[in-house]
Design a protein around this ligand. Structure first.
Ligand SMILES: Cc1ncc(C[n+]2csc(CCOP(=O)(O)OP(=O)(O)O)c2C)c(N)n1
Ligand SMILES: [Mg+2]
Length: 505
Protein backbone atom coordinates (compact mmCIF):
# COMPACT_ATOMS: atom_id res chain seq x y z
CA UNK A 1 0.00 0.00 0.00
CA UNK A 2 2.47 2.60 -1.08
CA UNK A 3 2.33 5.48 -3.51
CA UNK A 4 -1.28 6.17 -2.69
CA UNK A 5 -2.98 9.44 -3.48
CA UNK A 6 -3.76 10.97 -0.08
CA UNK A 7 -7.32 11.77 -1.21
CA UNK A 8 -8.09 8.08 -1.26
CA UNK A 9 -7.44 7.91 2.45
CA UNK A 10 -9.14 11.16 3.17
CA UNK A 11 -12.76 10.51 2.16
CA UNK A 12 -12.64 6.78 2.76
CA UNK A 13 -15.16 4.61 4.55
CA UNK A 14 -13.35 1.87 6.31
CA UNK A 15 -15.63 0.35 8.86
CA UNK A 16 -19.11 0.30 10.25
CA UNK A 17 -20.35 1.81 13.42
CA UNK A 18 -23.61 2.03 15.26
CA UNK A 19 -25.13 5.05 16.85
CA UNK A 20 -28.27 5.38 18.87
CA UNK A 21 -30.65 8.31 18.60
CA UNK A 22 -33.84 9.22 20.29
CA UNK A 23 -36.54 9.47 17.62
CA UNK A 24 -38.46 12.73 17.76
CA UNK A 25 -41.71 11.06 16.85
CA UNK A 26 -42.01 7.93 18.96
CA UNK A 27 -39.10 8.57 21.33
CA UNK A 28 -37.70 5.14 20.73
CA UNK A 29 -34.05 4.63 20.50
CA UNK A 30 -33.03 3.99 16.94
CA UNK A 31 -29.84 2.25 16.17
CA UNK A 32 -28.30 3.43 13.01
CA UNK A 33 -25.42 1.69 11.42
CA UNK A 34 -23.36 3.29 8.77
CA UNK A 35 -19.95 3.19 7.32
CA UNK A 36 -17.68 5.61 8.98
CA UNK A 37 -14.74 7.17 7.43
CA UNK A 38 -12.23 6.75 10.14
CA UNK A 39 -9.55 8.54 8.33
CA UNK A 40 -8.03 11.56 9.84
CA UNK A 41 -9.98 13.83 7.50
CA UNK A 42 -13.33 12.38 8.54
CA UNK A 43 -12.50 13.00 12.15
CA UNK A 44 -11.56 16.55 11.32
CA UNK A 45 -14.77 17.02 9.36
CA UNK A 46 -16.78 16.15 12.42
CA UNK A 47 -14.86 18.57 14.51
CA UNK A 48 -15.68 21.21 11.96
CA UNK A 49 -19.31 20.19 12.25
CA UNK A 50 -19.99 20.34 8.56
CA UNK A 51 -21.88 17.12 8.03
CA UNK A 52 -25.60 16.61 7.89
CA UNK A 53 -27.29 13.25 8.24
CA UNK A 54 -30.89 12.33 7.75
CA UNK A 55 -32.65 9.00 8.03
CA UNK A 56 -36.04 7.73 9.04
CA UNK A 57 -37.05 6.17 12.30
CA UNK A 58 -37.81 2.52 11.63
CA UNK A 59 -40.86 2.60 13.89
CA UNK A 60 -42.72 5.73 12.95
CA UNK A 61 -41.04 6.80 9.69
CA UNK A 62 -40.46 10.33 10.97
CA UNK A 63 -37.33 11.75 9.42
CA UNK A 64 -34.61 12.59 11.89
CA UNK A 65 -32.07 15.14 10.98
CA UNK A 66 -28.84 15.46 12.86
CA UNK A 67 -26.08 17.69 11.97
CA UNK A 68 -22.88 18.16 13.72
CA UNK A 69 -23.82 21.61 14.93
CA UNK A 70 -25.90 19.68 17.45
CA UNK A 71 -22.91 17.72 18.51
CA UNK A 72 -22.04 18.77 21.99
CA UNK A 73 -19.34 16.27 22.72
CA UNK A 74 -17.23 13.95 20.74
CA UNK A 75 -15.26 11.34 22.52
CA UNK A 76 -12.86 9.27 20.62
CA UNK A 77 -10.80 6.39 21.77
CA UNK A 78 -7.73 5.77 19.85
CA UNK A 79 -7.71 9.26 18.45
CA UNK A 80 -4.08 8.89 17.92
CA UNK A 81 -4.42 7.84 14.32
CA UNK A 82 -1.54 6.36 12.48
CA UNK A 83 0.43 8.55 10.18
CA UNK A 84 -1.76 10.24 7.57
CA UNK A 85 -0.55 8.09 4.73
CA UNK A 86 -0.65 4.86 6.63
CA UNK A 87 1.97 3.15 4.56
CA UNK A 88 2.19 -0.62 4.60
CA UNK A 89 -0.87 -0.93 6.67
CA UNK A 90 -4.17 -2.74 5.93
CA UNK A 91 -6.80 -0.05 6.22
CA UNK A 92 -9.64 -2.51 6.77
CA UNK A 93 -8.27 -3.28 10.19
CA UNK A 94 -8.12 0.20 11.56
CA UNK A 95 -10.94 1.22 13.78
CA UNK A 96 -11.71 4.03 16.10
CA UNK A 97 -14.55 4.25 18.58
CA UNK A 98 -16.34 7.53 18.49
CA UNK A 99 -19.05 8.34 20.90
CA UNK A 100 -21.20 11.21 19.72
CA UNK A 101 -23.52 13.10 22.02
CA UNK A 102 -26.08 15.36 20.42
CA UNK A 103 -28.15 18.19 21.87
CA UNK A 104 -30.66 16.54 24.21
CA UNK A 105 -34.25 16.18 23.08
CA UNK A 106 -35.71 18.73 25.51
CA UNK A 107 -33.59 21.45 23.95
CA UNK A 108 -35.27 21.11 20.59
CA UNK A 109 -37.65 23.74 19.22
CA UNK A 110 -41.20 22.81 20.23
CA UNK A 111 -43.40 25.39 18.46
CA UNK A 112 -46.90 24.15 17.58
CA UNK A 113 -46.19 24.48 13.84
CA UNK A 114 -42.92 22.55 13.66
CA UNK A 115 -40.78 20.03 15.42
CA UNK A 116 -37.25 20.89 14.70
CA UNK A 117 -33.86 21.54 16.18
CA UNK A 118 -32.28 24.76 17.28
CA UNK A 119 -29.16 25.95 15.60
CA UNK A 120 -26.64 28.58 16.49
CA UNK A 121 -25.64 28.99 12.87
CA UNK A 122 -27.18 31.78 10.79
CA UNK A 123 -27.76 29.67 7.76
CA UNK A 124 -30.23 29.77 4.85
CA UNK A 125 -31.47 26.66 3.11
CA UNK A 126 -29.86 26.59 -0.29
CA UNK A 127 -31.68 24.47 -2.89
CA UNK A 128 -28.46 23.30 -4.47
CA UNK A 129 -27.33 21.81 -1.17
CA UNK A 130 -29.59 18.83 -1.80
CA UNK A 131 -28.94 16.10 -4.26
CA UNK A 132 -31.50 15.92 -7.10
CA UNK A 133 -34.23 13.31 -6.71
CA UNK A 134 -33.25 10.32 -8.86
CA UNK A 135 -35.47 8.94 -11.65
CA UNK A 136 -36.40 5.31 -11.00
CA UNK A 137 -36.07 3.01 -13.99
CA UNK A 138 -36.25 -0.71 -14.66
CA UNK A 139 -35.13 -1.03 -18.28
CA UNK A 140 -32.34 0.66 -20.13
CA UNK A 141 -32.95 2.26 -23.52
CA UNK A 142 -32.40 -1.06 -25.26
CA UNK A 143 -35.09 -2.79 -23.23
CA UNK A 144 -32.75 -4.70 -20.94
CA UNK A 145 -33.79 -5.12 -17.31
CA UNK A 146 -31.06 -3.43 -15.26
CA UNK A 147 -31.71 -5.05 -11.87
CA UNK A 148 -33.63 -8.36 -12.02
CA UNK A 149 -35.13 -7.70 -8.58
CA UNK A 150 -37.07 -4.81 -10.17
CA UNK A 151 -38.46 -6.85 -13.08
CA UNK A 152 -42.24 -6.68 -12.64
CA UNK A 153 -42.46 -10.04 -14.46
CA UNK A 154 -45.54 -9.00 -16.36
CA UNK A 155 -46.84 -12.06 -18.25
CA UNK A 156 -46.41 -12.23 -22.01
CA UNK A 157 -50.07 -11.59 -22.89
CA UNK A 158 -50.16 -8.47 -20.74
CA UNK A 159 -46.89 -7.16 -22.19
CA UNK A 160 -48.23 -7.66 -25.71
CA UNK A 161 -51.49 -5.97 -24.71
CA UNK A 162 -49.50 -3.01 -23.34
CA UNK A 163 -47.53 -2.73 -26.55
CA UNK A 164 -50.64 -3.01 -28.73
CA UNK A 165 -52.35 -0.30 -26.72
CA UNK A 166 -49.35 2.06 -26.93
CA UNK A 167 -49.02 1.62 -30.68
CA UNK A 168 -52.76 1.79 -31.33
CA UNK A 169 -52.84 5.09 -29.48
CA UNK A 170 -50.00 6.29 -31.68
CA UNK A 171 -51.81 5.27 -34.85
CA UNK A 172 -55.08 6.82 -33.72
CA UNK A 173 -53.22 10.06 -32.96
CA UNK A 174 -51.76 10.16 -36.44
CA UNK A 175 -55.14 9.71 -38.16
CA UNK A 176 -57.00 12.18 -35.95
CA UNK A 177 -54.23 14.76 -36.17
CA UNK A 178 -54.32 14.55 -39.96
CA UNK A 179 -58.11 14.70 -40.01
CA UNK A 180 -57.95 18.00 -38.13
CA UNK A 181 -55.41 19.33 -40.64
CA UNK A 182 -57.88 18.44 -43.37
CA UNK A 183 -60.64 20.36 -41.60
CA UNK A 184 -62.71 17.27 -40.74
CA UNK A 185 -62.59 17.87 -36.96
CA UNK A 186 -62.04 21.15 -35.17
CA UNK A 187 -59.20 20.33 -32.79
CA UNK A 188 -56.90 17.55 -31.63
CA UNK A 189 -54.09 16.82 -29.16
CA UNK A 190 -51.63 13.99 -29.69
CA UNK A 191 -50.04 11.83 -27.01
CA UNK A 192 -46.77 11.12 -28.87
CA UNK A 193 -43.91 10.16 -26.58
CA UNK A 194 -46.04 9.83 -23.46
CA UNK A 195 -47.54 6.41 -24.18
CA UNK A 196 -45.41 4.78 -21.45
CA UNK A 197 -46.82 7.01 -18.72
CA UNK A 198 -50.40 6.21 -19.77
CA UNK A 199 -50.19 2.48 -20.18
CA UNK A 200 -47.71 1.82 -17.36
CA UNK A 201 -49.94 3.58 -14.86
CA UNK A 202 -53.29 2.34 -16.21
CA UNK A 203 -52.11 -1.29 -16.11
CA UNK A 204 -51.09 -0.94 -12.45
CA UNK A 205 -54.43 0.47 -11.30
CA UNK A 206 -57.72 -1.19 -10.48
CA UNK A 207 -60.03 -0.56 -13.44
CA UNK A 208 -62.52 1.06 -11.03
CA UNK A 209 -60.05 3.54 -9.50
CA UNK A 210 -61.36 6.99 -10.33
CA UNK A 211 -59.31 8.93 -12.87
CA UNK A 212 -59.16 12.70 -13.21
CA UNK A 213 -57.24 13.52 -16.37
CA UNK A 214 -55.85 16.74 -17.81
CA UNK A 215 -56.35 16.05 -21.56
CA UNK A 216 -53.26 14.13 -22.68
CA UNK A 217 -54.06 10.77 -21.13
CA UNK A 218 -56.06 9.05 -23.89
CA UNK A 219 -54.04 5.86 -23.35
CA UNK A 220 -55.53 5.42 -19.87
CA UNK A 221 -59.01 5.38 -21.37
CA UNK A 222 -57.92 3.08 -24.16
CA UNK A 223 -56.49 0.60 -21.64
CA UNK A 224 -59.81 0.66 -19.81
CA UNK A 225 -61.76 -0.30 -22.91
CA UNK A 226 -62.86 3.04 -24.37
CA UNK A 227 -63.17 1.86 -27.98
CA UNK A 228 -61.87 3.45 -31.16
CA UNK A 229 -65.50 4.21 -32.00
CA UNK A 230 -65.87 5.99 -28.64
CA UNK A 231 -62.79 8.14 -29.34
CA UNK A 232 -63.82 8.95 -32.89
CA UNK A 233 -67.44 9.70 -31.98
CA UNK A 234 -66.27 12.12 -29.29
CA UNK A 235 -63.86 13.90 -31.62
CA UNK A 236 -66.57 14.19 -34.24
CA UNK A 237 -69.13 15.25 -31.62
CA UNK A 238 -71.68 12.99 -33.31
CA UNK A 239 -74.76 11.15 -32.08
CA UNK A 240 -72.61 8.22 -30.91
CA UNK A 241 -70.63 10.39 -28.51
CA UNK A 242 -71.26 9.54 -24.84
CA UNK A 243 -70.95 13.27 -24.14
CA UNK A 244 -73.66 14.01 -26.75
CA UNK A 245 -71.39 16.33 -28.72
CA UNK A 246 -71.24 18.95 -26.02
CA UNK A 247 -67.47 19.06 -25.55
CA UNK A 248 -64.48 20.02 -27.66
CA UNK A 249 -62.58 17.09 -29.19
CA UNK A 250 -60.34 15.13 -26.76
CA UNK A 251 -62.41 16.24 -23.76
CA UNK A 252 -63.40 12.66 -23.08
CA UNK A 253 -65.37 11.35 -20.14
CA UNK A 254 -66.72 7.89 -19.38
CA UNK A 255 -68.74 6.55 -16.48
CA UNK A 256 -68.03 2.99 -17.61
CA UNK A 257 -64.29 3.66 -17.51
CA UNK A 258 -64.43 5.60 -14.19
CA UNK A 259 -62.91 8.56 -16.03
CA UNK A 260 -64.16 12.03 -15.07
CA UNK A 261 -64.84 14.29 -18.05
CA UNK A 262 -61.89 16.48 -19.02
CA UNK A 263 -62.04 20.18 -18.37
CA UNK A 264 -59.43 22.22 -20.22
CA UNK A 265 -59.19 24.85 -17.52
CA UNK A 266 -55.85 23.78 -16.13
CA UNK A 267 -55.58 22.16 -12.70
CA UNK A 268 -59.30 22.32 -11.84
CA UNK A 269 -59.20 18.53 -11.65
CA UNK A 270 -56.61 18.60 -8.86
CA UNK A 271 -58.64 19.80 -5.86
CA UNK A 272 -61.59 17.80 -7.21
CA UNK A 273 -59.44 14.69 -7.12
CA UNK A 274 -58.38 15.37 -3.52
CA UNK A 275 -62.04 15.77 -2.56
CA UNK A 276 -63.08 12.61 -4.38
CA UNK A 277 -60.28 10.71 -2.66
CA UNK A 278 -61.50 11.95 0.70
CA UNK A 279 -64.96 10.63 -0.15
CA UNK A 280 -63.43 7.28 -1.18
CA UNK A 281 -61.55 7.11 2.09
CA UNK A 282 -64.77 7.66 4.03
CA UNK A 283 -66.59 5.10 1.91
CA UNK A 284 -63.81 2.55 2.53
CA UNK A 285 -64.49 1.16 -0.93
CA UNK A 286 -61.02 -0.25 -1.54
CA UNK A 287 -60.43 2.17 -4.42
CA UNK A 288 -58.19 5.15 -4.93
CA UNK A 289 -58.21 8.27 -7.08
CA UNK A 290 -55.58 9.10 -9.68
CA UNK A 291 -55.06 12.65 -10.82
CA UNK A 292 -53.00 13.31 -13.95
CA UNK A 293 -51.60 16.76 -14.63
CA UNK A 294 -48.77 18.41 -16.48
CA UNK A 295 -45.77 20.13 -14.97
CA UNK A 296 -47.20 23.39 -16.38
CA UNK A 297 -50.50 22.85 -14.57
CA UNK A 298 -48.54 22.48 -11.34
CA UNK A 299 -47.89 26.25 -11.48
CA UNK A 300 -51.63 26.90 -11.23
CA UNK A 301 -53.05 28.09 -7.92
CA UNK A 302 -55.32 25.05 -7.71
CA UNK A 303 -52.34 22.71 -7.35
CA UNK A 304 -51.62 24.01 -3.85
CA UNK A 305 -54.97 23.31 -2.14
CA UNK A 306 -55.05 19.95 -3.90
CA UNK A 307 -51.70 18.90 -2.44
CA UNK A 308 -52.35 20.40 0.95
CA UNK A 309 -55.86 19.03 1.44
CA UNK A 310 -54.77 15.60 0.28
CA UNK A 311 -51.80 15.60 2.65
CA UNK A 312 -53.59 16.95 5.73
CA UNK A 313 -56.78 14.93 5.23
CA UNK A 314 -54.70 11.87 4.29
CA UNK A 315 -56.54 11.16 1.06
CA UNK A 316 -55.81 8.05 -1.02
CA UNK A 317 -54.85 9.82 -4.25
CA UNK A 318 -51.92 9.50 -6.63
CA UNK A 319 -50.95 12.88 -8.05
CA UNK A 320 -49.45 11.75 -11.32
CA UNK A 321 -47.42 14.52 -12.92
CA UNK A 322 -46.48 14.07 -16.56
CA UNK A 323 -43.39 16.22 -16.82
CA UNK A 324 -42.98 16.40 -20.59
CA UNK A 325 -40.66 19.41 -20.78
CA UNK A 326 -43.14 21.99 -22.07
CA UNK A 327 -46.33 23.84 -21.22
CA UNK A 328 -47.26 24.81 -24.79
CA UNK A 329 -44.21 26.96 -25.64
CA UNK A 330 -42.91 27.44 -22.09
CA UNK A 331 -39.98 25.12 -21.39
CA UNK A 332 -39.55 23.75 -17.88
CA UNK A 333 -36.60 26.00 -17.07
CA UNK A 334 -38.94 28.98 -17.41
CA UNK A 335 -41.71 27.21 -15.53
CA UNK A 336 -39.95 26.49 -12.22
CA UNK A 337 -36.59 26.81 -10.46
CA UNK A 338 -36.71 23.81 -8.13
CA UNK A 339 -35.89 20.17 -8.76
CA UNK A 340 -38.89 19.41 -10.98
CA UNK A 341 -42.29 18.79 -9.42
CA UNK A 342 -41.23 15.88 -7.20
CA UNK A 343 -39.24 18.18 -4.91
CA UNK A 344 -42.51 19.82 -3.85
CA UNK A 345 -43.83 16.55 -2.39
CA UNK A 346 -41.81 16.55 0.86
CA UNK A 347 -42.77 20.20 1.39
CA UNK A 348 -46.40 19.09 1.62
CA UNK A 349 -45.49 16.02 3.68
CA UNK A 350 -46.29 13.74 0.74
CA UNK A 351 -44.59 10.48 -0.13
CA UNK A 352 -42.93 11.09 -3.46
CA UNK A 353 -41.19 9.33 -6.31
CA UNK A 354 -39.67 10.37 -9.62
CA UNK A 355 -39.85 7.87 -12.46
CA UNK A 356 -38.45 7.51 -15.96
CA UNK A 357 -41.77 7.89 -17.77
CA UNK A 358 -40.39 6.41 -20.97
CA UNK A 359 -39.91 3.11 -19.16
CA UNK A 360 -43.35 1.54 -19.03
CA UNK A 361 -42.27 -1.03 -16.39
CA UNK A 362 -40.86 1.66 -14.10
CA UNK A 363 -44.15 3.54 -14.33
CA UNK A 364 -46.00 0.28 -13.70
CA UNK A 365 -43.97 -0.64 -10.60
CA UNK A 366 -44.10 2.86 -9.14
CA UNK A 367 -47.86 3.25 -9.70
CA UNK A 368 -48.55 -0.17 -8.24
CA UNK A 369 -46.50 0.59 -5.12
CA UNK A 370 -48.04 4.06 -4.84
CA UNK A 371 -51.54 2.58 -5.06
CA UNK A 372 -50.70 0.15 -2.27
CA UNK A 373 -49.46 3.03 -0.08
CA UNK A 374 -52.59 5.07 -0.77
CA UNK A 375 -54.83 2.17 0.15
CA UNK A 376 -53.06 0.61 3.09
CA UNK A 377 -51.79 3.80 4.70
CA UNK A 378 -54.48 6.17 3.48
CA UNK A 379 -52.22 8.91 2.25
CA UNK A 380 -51.44 10.69 -1.00
CA UNK A 381 -48.44 9.98 -3.20
CA UNK A 382 -46.84 12.36 -5.66
CA UNK A 383 -45.40 10.60 -8.70
CA UNK A 384 -43.46 12.61 -11.25
CA UNK A 385 -43.02 10.79 -14.55
CA UNK A 386 -40.27 12.32 -16.69
CA UNK A 387 -41.05 12.18 -20.39
CA UNK A 388 -41.03 14.30 -23.53
CA UNK A 389 -43.89 15.78 -25.57
CA UNK A 390 -42.89 14.76 -29.08
CA UNK A 391 -45.93 16.26 -30.79
CA UNK A 392 -46.98 19.88 -30.98
CA UNK A 393 -48.97 21.00 -27.95
CA UNK A 394 -52.19 20.76 -29.97
CA UNK A 395 -53.40 21.44 -33.49
CA UNK A 396 -53.40 25.14 -32.56
CA UNK A 397 -49.63 25.07 -32.00
CA UNK A 398 -46.52 24.91 -34.16
CA UNK A 399 -43.67 23.89 -31.89
CA UNK A 400 -40.99 24.57 -34.51
CA UNK A 401 -41.34 28.21 -33.40
CA UNK A 402 -39.80 27.46 -30.00
CA UNK A 403 -37.79 24.22 -30.19
CA UNK A 404 -35.46 22.64 -32.68
CA UNK A 405 -36.30 19.75 -34.95
CA UNK A 406 -33.11 18.07 -33.69
CA UNK A 407 -34.32 18.18 -30.11
CA UNK A 408 -37.59 16.50 -31.03
CA UNK A 409 -36.00 13.86 -33.23
CA UNK A 410 -33.50 13.01 -30.48
CA UNK A 411 -36.33 11.87 -28.20
CA UNK A 412 -38.18 10.21 -31.03
CA UNK A 413 -35.12 8.22 -32.07
CA UNK A 414 -33.18 7.65 -28.87
CA UNK A 415 -35.59 7.47 -25.96
CA UNK A 416 -39.05 6.48 -27.04
CA UNK A 417 -41.26 4.41 -24.73
CA UNK A 418 -42.64 2.35 -27.60
CA UNK A 419 -39.26 1.37 -29.03
CA UNK A 420 -37.99 0.55 -25.55
CA UNK A 421 -40.84 -1.87 -24.95
CA UNK A 422 -40.42 -3.31 -28.45
CA UNK A 423 -36.74 -4.02 -27.71
CA UNK A 424 -37.79 -5.76 -24.51
CA UNK A 425 -40.38 -7.89 -26.30
CA UNK A 426 -37.95 -8.86 -29.01
CA UNK A 427 -35.27 -9.72 -26.42
CA UNK A 428 -37.82 -11.96 -24.72
CA UNK A 429 -38.96 -13.56 -27.96
CA UNK A 430 -42.50 -12.17 -27.48
CA UNK A 431 -42.57 -10.23 -30.75
CA UNK A 432 -41.05 -10.47 -34.23
CA UNK A 433 -40.66 -8.17 -37.21
CA UNK A 434 -43.48 -10.12 -38.89
CA UNK A 435 -45.77 -9.56 -35.86
CA UNK A 436 -44.95 -5.87 -36.03
CA UNK A 437 -45.80 -5.58 -39.71
CA UNK A 438 -49.04 -7.49 -39.39
CA UNK A 439 -50.17 -5.58 -36.29
CA UNK A 440 -49.38 -2.17 -37.76
CA UNK A 441 -51.42 -3.00 -40.85
CA UNK A 442 -54.33 -4.41 -38.87
CA UNK A 443 -54.40 -1.60 -36.31
CA UNK A 444 -54.30 1.09 -38.99
CA UNK A 445 -57.28 -0.52 -40.70
CA UNK A 446 -59.20 -0.64 -37.43
CA UNK A 447 -58.53 3.07 -36.84
CA UNK A 448 -59.53 4.01 -40.39
CA UNK A 449 -62.76 1.98 -40.16
CA UNK A 450 -63.76 3.66 -36.89
CA UNK A 451 -62.84 7.02 -38.39
CA UNK A 452 -65.02 6.62 -41.48
CA UNK A 453 -67.93 5.25 -39.41
CA UNK A 454 -67.77 8.28 -37.12
CA UNK A 455 -67.65 10.65 -40.06
CA UNK A 456 -70.86 9.17 -41.47
CA UNK A 457 -72.88 9.49 -38.27
CA UNK A 458 -75.37 12.30 -37.75
CA UNK A 459 -74.72 15.10 -35.28
CA UNK A 460 -76.77 14.90 -32.05
CA UNK A 461 -80.31 16.24 -31.82
CA UNK A 462 -79.88 20.01 -31.09
CA UNK A 463 -82.46 19.71 -28.30
CA UNK A 464 -79.81 17.89 -26.27
CA UNK A 465 -78.16 21.28 -25.73
CA UNK A 466 -80.73 21.85 -23.02
CA UNK A 467 -80.78 18.56 -21.17
CA UNK A 468 -78.73 16.81 -18.49
CA UNK A 469 -77.86 19.87 -16.44
CA UNK A 470 -81.03 20.17 -14.38
CA UNK A 471 -83.18 17.29 -13.29
CA UNK A 472 -86.17 19.23 -14.59
CA UNK A 473 -85.54 21.83 -17.27
CA UNK A 474 -86.21 25.25 -15.68
CA UNK A 475 -88.82 27.52 -17.27
CA UNK A 476 -86.32 29.99 -18.74
CA UNK A 477 -84.46 27.17 -20.50
CA UNK A 478 -87.73 25.69 -21.76
CA UNK A 479 -88.43 29.11 -23.25
CA UNK A 480 -84.99 29.21 -24.91
CA UNK A 481 -85.50 25.72 -26.30
CA UNK A 482 -88.82 26.77 -27.83
CA UNK A 483 -87.25 29.89 -29.34
CA UNK A 484 -84.33 27.88 -30.76
CA UNK A 485 -86.72 25.48 -32.50
CA UNK A 486 -88.84 28.29 -33.94
CA UNK A 487 -85.72 30.12 -35.13
CA UNK A 488 -84.23 27.06 -36.80
CA UNK A 489 -87.51 26.21 -38.50
CA UNK A 490 -87.95 29.78 -39.76
CA UNK A 491 -84.41 29.99 -41.19
CA UNK A 492 -84.12 26.34 -42.18
CA UNK A 493 -82.17 27.10 -45.35
CA UNK A 494 -79.29 28.54 -43.26
CA UNK A 495 -78.81 25.45 -41.08
CA UNK A 496 -77.41 22.07 -42.19
CA UNK A 497 -80.25 20.23 -40.47
CA UNK A 498 -79.75 17.13 -42.59
CA UNK A 499 -76.52 16.53 -40.69
CA UNK A 500 -78.38 16.42 -37.37
CA UNK A 501 -80.67 13.95 -35.71
CA UNK A 502 -84.27 15.10 -36.02
CA UNK A 503 -85.71 17.41 -33.41
CA UNK A 504 -89.16 16.76 -32.03
CA UNK A 505 -91.82 18.97 -33.58
C1 LIG B 1 -56.23 28.09 -16.29
C2 LIG B 1 -55.67 27.93 -17.66
N1 LIG B 1 -54.66 28.71 -18.07
C3 LIG B 1 -54.14 28.56 -19.30
C4 LIG B 1 -54.64 27.61 -20.15
C5 LIG B 1 -54.04 27.47 -21.55
N2 LIG B 1 -53.28 26.22 -21.60
C6 LIG B 1 -53.80 25.09 -22.09
S1 LIG B 1 -52.76 23.81 -22.01
C7 LIG B 1 -51.53 24.76 -21.37
C8 LIG B 1 -50.18 24.16 -21.03
C9 LIG B 1 -50.22 23.12 -19.97
O1 LIG B 1 -48.99 22.46 -19.88
P1 LIG B 1 -48.78 21.17 -19.03
O2 LIG B 1 -49.58 21.24 -17.79
O3 LIG B 1 -47.33 20.96 -18.88
O4 LIG B 1 -49.42 19.99 -19.90
P2 LIG B 1 -48.98 19.44 -21.33
O5 LIG B 1 -49.74 20.22 -22.35
O6 LIG B 1 -47.51 19.63 -21.45
O7 LIG B 1 -49.39 18.00 -21.37
C10 LIG B 1 -51.97 26.07 -21.22
C11 LIG B 1 -51.13 27.16 -20.68
C12 LIG B 1 -55.71 26.83 -19.69
N3 LIG B 1 -56.25 25.87 -20.44
N4 LIG B 1 -56.19 26.99 -18.44
MG1 LIG C 1 -46.04 19.80 -19.98
Amino acid sequence: MTDRDPSIYYGGNFGTRQEAFDCDGCHRWQHHTYNTGISHSFYRQMQHRDDLFMWRCADCSIPMIHDYSQLISLDAENTHLPKEFLPDCDLQDISINLSLVFTPHHERAEFPGIRSRYTNKLEFLEPDRYEEIPAYRVMDRKGLIIDPSQDPKVDKDTVVKMYRCMTLLNTMDRILYESQRQGRISFYMTNYGEEGTHIGSAAALDAKDLVFGQYREAGVLMWRGFSLDDFMNQCYGNSGDVGKGRQMPVHYGSLDCSFVTISSTLATQMPQAAGAAYAYKRAQNGLIVVCYFGEGASSEGDAHPAFNFAATLECPVIFFCRNNGYAISTPTHEQYRGDGIASRGPGYGMTTIRVDGNDVFAVYNATKAARELCLTQSRPVLLEAMTYRIGHHSTSDDSSAYRSVDEVSYWDREDHPISRLRYYMMNQGYWTEADEKEWMKKSRKRVLDAFSDAEKRLKPNPELLFTDVYDEIPKRLQQQLKEMKEHVRKYEEHYPLKMFEKMEK
